[in-house]
Design a protein around this ligand. Structure first.
Ligand SMILES: Nc1nc2c(ncn2[C@@H]2O[C@H](COP(=O)(O)OP(=O)(O)OP(=O)(O)O)[C@@H](O)[C@H]2O)c(=O)[nH]1
Ligand SMILES: [Mg+2]
Length: 195
């Protein structure tokens, strides 16, 4: 359960993230997939993370202190051309530094748009997570835009695609920030992995 959520800091590089001993649960995905919206939905705190209809809104690593116990982390989106200044292999250095080098990061949720078939950039990113042994799960976003059957089909398509390459499936969650769907399941899971 989330009883308090407060903005802690924005970092433009790894050296600026908090140095305390609390753990990070981070959220990443393509620009505009709904990361910031999901964070606001999970914390029930409208306006905590900045939401925008224009992709590329979140450019920094944003730490939000939850229950004074752990951090929820909003990461910049990947796959947005205009943020590709220091990009290597499609992913900005700020993202790869944090995801692959930051020991604070305890678990990473990769958000994917439930309306789209598996996207190459997401699959590439997920592959790097698997290869590097980064613990992660997948959250399907914007499920309010689909019927229940369509959502099930999207999830099944993802499982099938990942099964071509991996023996183990990551945990998967469906969500709608608009409707608050998926909140209990995701927060219960977070509770479990923080124990
Ligand atoms: N219908 C619907 N729209 C959503 C949902 N989540 C996000 N959106 C919309 O999608 C757009 C992008 O949302 P953001 O939360 O800013 O996405 P982001 O992933 O943080 O984007 P960047 O910070 O630019 O990488 C906004 O117009 C949101 O209102 C959802 O669950 N349902
Ligand atoms: Mg954002």
């Amino acid at each position: 359960m989330i009883t308090s959520a407060e903005f802690k800091c924005s970092s433009e590089k790894l050296g600026q993230v908090p140095k305390d001993s609390l753990r990070d649960i981070a959220f990443i995905g393509r620009s505009n997939v709904g990361k910031s919206s999901l964070i606001n939905m999970l914390t029930r705190h409208k306006g905590l993370a900045k939401v925008s209809a224009t992709p590329g809104k979140t450019r920094l690593i944003n730490h939000f202190l939850i229950n004074k116990e752990w951090y929820l982390v909003d990461l910049p989106g990947y796959g947005y051309a205009r943020t590709s200044k220091s990009v290597r292999g499609g992913f900005a250095k700020i993202i790869t530094d944090y995801v692959f080098k930051c020991e604070r990061m305890h678990f990473l949720f990769v958000l994917v748009d439930s309306r789209l078939e598996p996207q190459r950039i997401d699959l590439e990113f997920i592959e790097q997570l698997g290869v590097n042994g980064v613990p992660f799960g997948i959250i399907f976003t914007k499920c309010d835009k689909l019927s229940k059957t369509q959502v099930e089909r999207s999830v099944a398509a993802y499982r099938k695609r990942l099964a071509e390459q991996w023996e183990e499936m990551p945990p998967m969650f469906t969500s709608s920030s608009e409707k608050g769907a998926g909140r209990d399941e995701i927060l219960e899971f977070v509770d479990k992995i923080l124990k």
